[in-house]
Ligand binder design. Structure first.
Ligand SMILES: [Fe+2]
Ligand SMILES: [Fe+2]
Length: 173
C-alpha cells in the first residue's frame, strides 16, 4: 500500500506509532468501502438510464438521487483514507464485484434492478458493520463517519425492499 507520509510521533490513538498496523488494516477496509461506493455509482448510473416502462420511473428517480449520495460517500471514504495517512487508489486498482447489478436481458425487468440494489446495499451494510466494530475504542472519528453513512445505506435498502414487496404482493417477484 502506498503511504504518503506518517503521523507525528507525538500523536495518540489511531495515529500513534503503536497503532500503525491497525491503521493500515483500517485504511484497507476504508479502501474496500471506497471501491464499493465507486462501483455502486457506476451500476446506479446504468440502471437509472436503461429501464423501460411506466413503473420503472419511480425506481429510476430514486437511483438518480442515490447516485449523488454514493458519490458523497466515496468522497468521505477517500478523505478519511488521506487523514489516516493513506493514499486514495487510482482507477487501475479497481476490481468489479457487482455481478448482480449488470443490465438485465429485458429492460422492463425492473425486479432484477430492485433485487440488485438490495444486494449492493446489503453488501455495503455488512462491510460497514465490520468497520464500525473494528473502530470500537480505536478510532471514534472513522466510526462516527461510517455510522452516518450506514444510516444512508439502510434507508436506501429499506426503500427498495418496499418496492420489492409491491411486486411480490402481485406475484411478479
Ligand atoms: Fe453508499
Ligand atoms: Fe446506498
Amino acid at each position: 500500500m502506498a503511504v504518503q507520509t506518517r503521523p507525528l510521533p507525538t500523536d495518540t490513538g489511531i495515529l500513534s506509532p503503536e497503532n500503525e498496523q491497525k491503521r493500515n488494516e483500517l485504511i484497507e477496509m476504508l479502501t474496500v468501502g471506497y471501491w464499493m461506493e465507486v462501483e455502486t455509482v457506476m451500476s446506479y448510473i446504468a440502471n437509472s438510464i436503461n429501464p423501460d416502462g411506466v413503473r420503472a420511473r419511480e425506481v429510476v428517480e430514486h437511483l438518480e438521487t442515490d447516485i449523488q449520495e454514493e458519490i458523497g460517500h466515496a468522497q468521505q471514504f477517500g478523505a478519511r483514507i488521506k487523514e489516516l495517512y493513506g493514499v486514495v487508489p487510482g482507477s487501475m486498482d479497481f476490481n468489479a464485484q457487482q455481478t448482480y447489478l449488470q443490465p438485465p436481458e429485458s429492460q422492463t425487468d425492473i425486479v432484477h434492478v430492485i433485487k440488485g440494489v438490495i444486494a449492493a446495499e446489503t453488501n455495503a451494510i455488512d462491510h460497514y458493520n465490520r468497520i464500525i466494530a473494528f473502530c470500537d475504542g480505536l478510532d471514534l472519528v472513522t466510526q462516527d463517519m461510517v455510522i452516518a453513512i450506514q444510516r444512508d445505506e439502510q434507508q436506501h435498502r429499506r426503500l427498495f425492499e418496499g418496492f420489492l414487496r409491491e411486486y411480490e404482493a402481485e406475484g411478479r417477484a
